[in-house]
Design a protein. Structure first.
Length: 136
């Protein structure tokens, strides 16, 4: 279904480009020569009306097919969380529930994705008094 709509959309686009290029320019630079007199169907005024109406119809078809294609493309999308595997739950938090801490398991999202055990910092002895900050 979507492939058929894309093909129709492409045909409308190509026809719209062609009809826009066939129209007479308002500046007179490109359409200055070769116009014939008479009030027939293919006179300059009659052709302008046919081209203008056809262009308007094709523009409407382009707009409608674009909206339909975007609606069809959006039907398969489902919201997903990138943090689904980090905390134990993937349900949204609502009401009075409090969220879990992101590092409650001892490791972060990268450790979970890596599949390894979370890295534990080396244990240091407790300071006996005030210490001067040291760079590492």
């Amino acid at each position: 279904m979507q492939t058929v709509l894309i093909m129709i959309h492409l045909m409308v686009v190509i026809a719209l480009i062609g009809f826009v290029l066939l129209q007479r320019s308002e500046g007179g630079g490109l359409g200055s020569g070769g116009s014939s007199g008479g009030a027939g169907f293919l006179s300059s005024r009659g052709t302008a009306n046919v081209l203008t109406r056809t262009t308007a119809f094709l523009a409407l078809a382009f707009f409608a097919s674009s909206l339909i294609l975007s609606a069809i493309a959006g039907m398969d999308r489902k919201p997903a969380s990138i943090l689904k595997g980090a905390s134990g739950t993937s349900a949204p938090i609502s009401g009075g529930q409090t969220p879990e801490a992101p590092l409650s398991g001892g490791g972060g999202l990268l450790d979970t994705l890596r599949g390894g055990a979370p890295a534990q910092p080396p244990a240091s002895p407790a300071p006996s008094g005030p210490q001067v900050p040291q760079s590492r």
